[in-house]
Design a protein around this ligand. Structure first.
Ligand code: C2E
Ligand code: MG
Ligand code: MG
Length: 657
């Protein structure tokens, strides 16, 4: 049996398949439901989404094969024939009569294939990555109508593949520092959340004289120096080590399988050596130098997050002791990790201490909340205002939440912070002139460490806010650590009548699974997917798909970070229901909320001239969301809408409890 010839550009096709990042991932309901649908429509016992890899065909989803079978060798794969003509459907009415397949072991042996039909799955670059296929063990000729339906379902599978790819690209972008190409703080936090498989060391690095470079040579030279630092770091560590730029001139290295002080000191010495070499900028020679704080994971824990405060404290001691030094947490003669409070400067350490003083009862620091409206694009209704925390530890000196919220998370303070925000936001909302909704961000750490539903219940009780007005915003990291616990918490919140939004969708490791498995009421698409949507077809397609999914799953879909009218126009066309962003209203103080909501509603509902013309031409107008066109066929929608009933049921149970 000759194997199928290789398609032209096979190397590029395989590269595109690998870039998709789908091989060897778990099954997903979106693909499973489309495969079930294909099997039903063609009345075939076997159906699969097959990706044709170098040596194998691998099934993202398959039914009708023995449990656990996820691949076959490529040599005997029918789909490797199907991908040779990316725009045609391969139909084999009886494999025993077809010279290409008659002696194929899948035909002569198990499962005894006789009938095969496969539609290639083509990516936006035109590469056929695999096929949606159906198989039967009796010969037959499907009707043209059945084949047309199979092609429709394959369009749905291709769309799901494209969304997966878009989310993966955005995920990579979101976790990378564009200046140096290293991981960024988000990437670092994500890595820390993964339980360690071996001993690990964390090194935190702070350049000693970086400010001088920026002040003397300007920011372009500073950027060049940071790029050079990143390059040198990579030369001093192993390939399995991971380097991150946490911000400014702060870097971090995670070193697996390094568990002793001597090993860590050897790496640190190498780093001092490479970073101690002069930097040549604009023809001038500069010495930089670096201070290093390190910590080693104790033998009895796999939680990398415990390393951060210890390495941080060691770095603080290294800085205080002079320049170009290393301190390792727990090393004899280095002082304790707990001498943070001696710092009077506005360093990170003193900030952390002040944060603690502020949050641990009876905290008295000047936190404040601002509110940003999230408004409907189709009706004036009752908008929701998202509470965003602000902190000014010194008069006139505010610290952005992107800096101190992670600090609170690393120091075990997140539940204190979230409790303060919840209580304050709910209390403020009861004083608003209209019963608008209020949305509160809750950290993943809080969801994982306290009984959030009880906390919310008590606060609603104390403040008298109607539960239906509150939405809790969670990101997907909140679901990662202990999905079962997160699910119970989410169900308990829903049974109070509180809404739950999935925040930052598309910015991190978003998956469609979360949408299905948790009782979300709202999906908030991150600014990373929204920004420039009018100029980027991939973003546009992803948002359209997210809006479509939202409709099927009975979720409100909101876009975050809308800054330009062109973006608003495209979002409207994509069928997004709600918008939030500087274009409509910036976050404002509690006292200014009336004006902000009024402005945002007015701007969101402004009728554009093009709309008016369209309305005149078409006397049966629908709401903005409903008029959005969609590229998805009925076939794509059908399998997903099967679960809508489940989602509604779950919510009904919640409301009734
Ligand atoms: P988030 O929950 O996704 O909040 C939206 C962020 O985007 C806010 O930043 C908001 O000011 C900003 N934003 C809104 N519209 C636009 C826009 O059109 N353009 C741009 N460039 N940005 C826009 P903020 O207030 O700095 O908060 C950042 C993040 O910090 C929040 O992201 C949230 O993850 C966290 N955070 C803020 N407040 C709290 C809080 O009270 N508790 C917790 N746990 N986290 C909070
Ligand atoms: Mg939010
Ligand atoms: Mg967000």
């Amino acid at each position: 049996m000759p194997p199928a010839p290789l398609p032209p550009n096979e190397t590029e096709r395989l590269a595109a398949l690998n870039a998709l990042g789908l091989l060897d991932t778990p099954t997903e309901e979106v693909f499973d439901s489309l495969v079930r649908l294909a099997s039903t429509v063609l009345d075939a016992p076997i159906a699969a989404v097959s990706l044709v890899d170098k040596e194998r065909q691998w099934f993202k989803s398959v039914i009708g094969l023995p449990e656990g079978v996820r691949e076959t060798p490529r040599d005997c794969s029918f789909c490797s024939h199907a991908i040779l003509a990316p725009h045609e459907t391969l139909s084999v009415p009886d494999a025993t009569l077809d010279g290409r397949f008659s002696d194929n072991p899948l035909v002569t042996g198990d499962p005894g294939v006789r009938f095969y039909a496969g539609v290639p799955l083509v990516d936006p670059e035109g590469f056929a990555l695999g096929a949606l296929c159906v198989v039967d063990v009796t010969p037959r000729t499907p009707t043209p109508r059945q084949m047309a339906k199979l092609r429709d379902i394959a369009t749905g599978v291709s769309a799901a593949l494209r969304l997966h790819r878009a989310l993966r690209d955005l995920d990579n972008q979101a976790h990378r520092d564009p200046l140096t190409g290293l991981g960024n703080r988000r990437g670092f936090d994500r890595q820390l959340a993964i339980p360690a498989q071996s001993t690990q060391a964390l090194l935190l690095l702070d350049m000693d004289s970086f400010k001088v470079i920026n002040d003397t040579f300007g920011h372009p030279a500073g950027d060049a120096a940071l790029r050079e630092v990143a390059q040198r770091l990579l030369t001093a560590v192993r390939e399995s080590d991971q380097a991150f730029r946490l911000g400014g001139d702060e870097f971090a290295l995670l070193l697996p399988e390094l568990g002793d002080h001597d090993g860590v000191r050897a790496v640190a010495d190498r780093l001092h050596a490479v970073l101690g070499q002069p930097f040549v900028l604009d023809g001038l020679v500069m010495d930089l130098g670096v201070s290093i704080g390190a910590a080693i994971l104790p033998a009895d824990t796999a939680d990398l997050r415990t390393l951060v405060p210890r390495a941080d404290a060691a770095l603080y001691r290294a800085k205080r002791a002079g320049r170009g030094l290393t301190r390792i947490a727990g090393e004899s003669g280095d002082g304790s990790d707990s001498d943070l409070s001696t710092s009077a400067s506005a360093s990170r350490h003193s900030l952390k201490t002040r944060l603690k003083q502020a949050l641990v009862p009876p905290g008295a620091e000047p936190f404040d909340l601002v509110f940003q409206p999230i408004v409907s694009l189709s009706n004036p209704g009752l908008p929701t205002n998202e509470a965003l925390i602000r902190w000014s530890p010194e008069l006139g000196d505010s610290v952005p939440p992107g800096q101190f919220v992670p600090m609170a998370e690393h120091s075990g303070l997140a539940p204190h912070l979230d409790r303060w925000v919840l209580r304050t936001a709910c209390a403020m909302a009861t004083k608003w002139s209209k019963p608008w909704g209020v949305s509160v961000n809750i950290s993943a750490i809080t969801l994982g460490s306290v009984d959030l539903a009880s906390m919310v219940h008590d606060i609603l009780d104390q403040t008298g806010l109607d539960a239906g007005r509150l939405t809790v915003e969670l990101t997907e990291t909140a679901l990662a650590d202990d999905p079962a616990r997160a699910g119970r918490q989410a169900e308990a919140l829903r049974s109070l009548g509180v809404g739950i939004a999935l925040d930052d969708f598309g910015a991190g490791h978003s998956s469609l699974v979360a949408l299905r498995n948790y009782p979300f009421t709202k999906l908030k698409i991150d600014r990373a997917l929204i920004s420039g949507i009018d100029r980027d077809p991939v973003r546009c397609h992803s948002v359209r798909f997210a809006a479509e999914l939202g409709r099927m799953l009975d979720l409100t879909v909101a876009a975050e970070g809308v800054e330009r009218p062109e973006e608003l126009r495209v979002l409207r066309e994509c069928g997004v229901g709600e918008c939030q962003g500087y274009l409509l209203a910036r976050p404002v103080a509690h006292a200014a909320i009336d004006g902000a909501v009024e402005d945002a509603v007015r701007l969101a509902l402004i009728e554009r001239p093009a709309d008016m013309q369209a309305r005149r031409a078409n006397p049966a107008p629908g709401p903005a969301d409903a008029s959005a066109t969609t590229q998805l066929s009925d076939c794509e929608i059908a399998p997903l809408s099967l679960r809508r009933a489940g989602a509604r049921d779950r919510r009904r149970v919640g409301r009734g409890a």
